[in-house]
Design a protein around this ligand. Structure first.
Ligand code: HSE
Length: 318
């Protein structure tokens, strides 16, 4: 039996729509992500689901993204003339769906990593990292309406990933600021990624394109040259935030307040509604947490976690 954990992710980092994503884990050691267990059975395939958010999963098993991950993985194995072993997958659905924390990516990544390890033959997993990542992107695309890797890539590989999608690399690791504290606040309401993408404009002005290029270029430069203040300042979103903020509770007011409380940067995590805000130290993160508890949580489903970048990504649990 094998258990694989895949962490929460925050896509976009404001400045890198569909191009940047970070894996994040709570500093208290709790597991903010999904877990997949895989075990041998006598024949065939079985899928079971458990966990707090299991009630939000599609009722028909064929619509469950883990089922689809199994089907895709099996098809690819057969193309290589490799046998598919009889197995049972159990999904522990800990991540809220439509939260902006890469919930579908967590399930997809944990499932494919577990399947690849389960089919290991003499220390040879059937698929390479990039092959597996390509499958993850395809599955993510089925859910959100278009293929983007900014959740699955950091979820799988850890750290902050930049989608280069060139020269055989889907993504590359970006040096980042491990000392930063990320406060993730999920308000408890659901926002569909497909809908949050549908409301975006089809085109942008040349002026916006130039500013966007300057921000993203400067951000990546700041990461490589360890200029934390410049990197934080460049985390600006001209592509999605102006259009998506209407989907979030009091976003503009809350963002301003986090800034006044000393946040280095605040933005929408993925397609929302989770808000991320970054603090330079733990006391700043605690200050932001107590404000956000009162002003951004909407119901009992909501939660706040103080996190750091998770440089490990998906991993086998003991
Ligand atoms: N980059 C994606 C978006 C992330 O913002 O729509 C959500 O999966």
């Amino acid at each position: 039996m094998l258990r694989v954990y895949a962490p929460a992710t925050s896509a976009n980092l404001s400045v890198g729509f569909d191009s940047l994503g970070a894996a994040l884990s709570p500093i208290d050691g709790s597991l903010l992500g999904d877990v997949i267990q895989v075990e041998s059975i006598a024949q065939g395939f079985e899928l079971e689901s458990a966990g707090y958010f299991v009630r939000k999963l599609p009722k028909e098993p064929q619509k469950n993204i883990v089922y689809q991950a199994y089907v895709l993985f099996s098809e690819r194995l057969k193309l290589r003339n490799l046998p598919v072993r009889p197995l049972r997958l159990t999904l522990e659905k800990n991540m809220p769906i439509g939260s902006g924390l890469g919930s579908s990516a967590c399930s997809i990544v944990a499932a494919l990593v577990a399947l690849n390890k389960f089919h290991d033959n003499d220390n040879n997993e059937p698929f390479s990292k990039m092959e597996l990542l390509e499958m993850m992107g395809e599955l993510e695309g089925r859910i959100s309406g278009s293929i983007h890797y900014d959740n699955v890539a950091p979820c799988y590989l850890g750290g902050v990933q930049l989608m280069v999608q060139s020269l055989g690399n889907i993504c590359q690791n970006l040096p980042f600021f491990d000392e930063w504290y990320w406060v993730l606040t999920y308000p408890g309401i659901e926002v569909s990624t497909a809908e949050a993408r549908a409301i975006l404009p089809k085109s942008y002005t040349r002026q916006d394109m130039i500013a966007q290029a300057r921000h993203l270029g400067s951000f990546v430069h700041a990461c490589h040259t360890k200029q934390a203040q410049l990197a934080a300042l460049m985390m600006k979103d001209m592509i999605a935030e102006p259009y998506r903020e209407a989907l979030l509770p009091n976003f503009a007011e809350v963002k301003q307040a986090t800034h006044d409380l000393g946040a280095l940067a605040t933005g929408i995590s993925g397609s929302g509604p989770t808000l991320f805000t970054i603090a330079a130290d733990l006391s700043g993160a605690l200050r932001l947490t107590s404000y956000l508890e009162k002003h951004y949580l909407q119901n009992n489903e909501g939660f706040i976690h103080i996190c750091k970048v998770d440089n490990q990504g998906a991993r086998v649990l003991d």
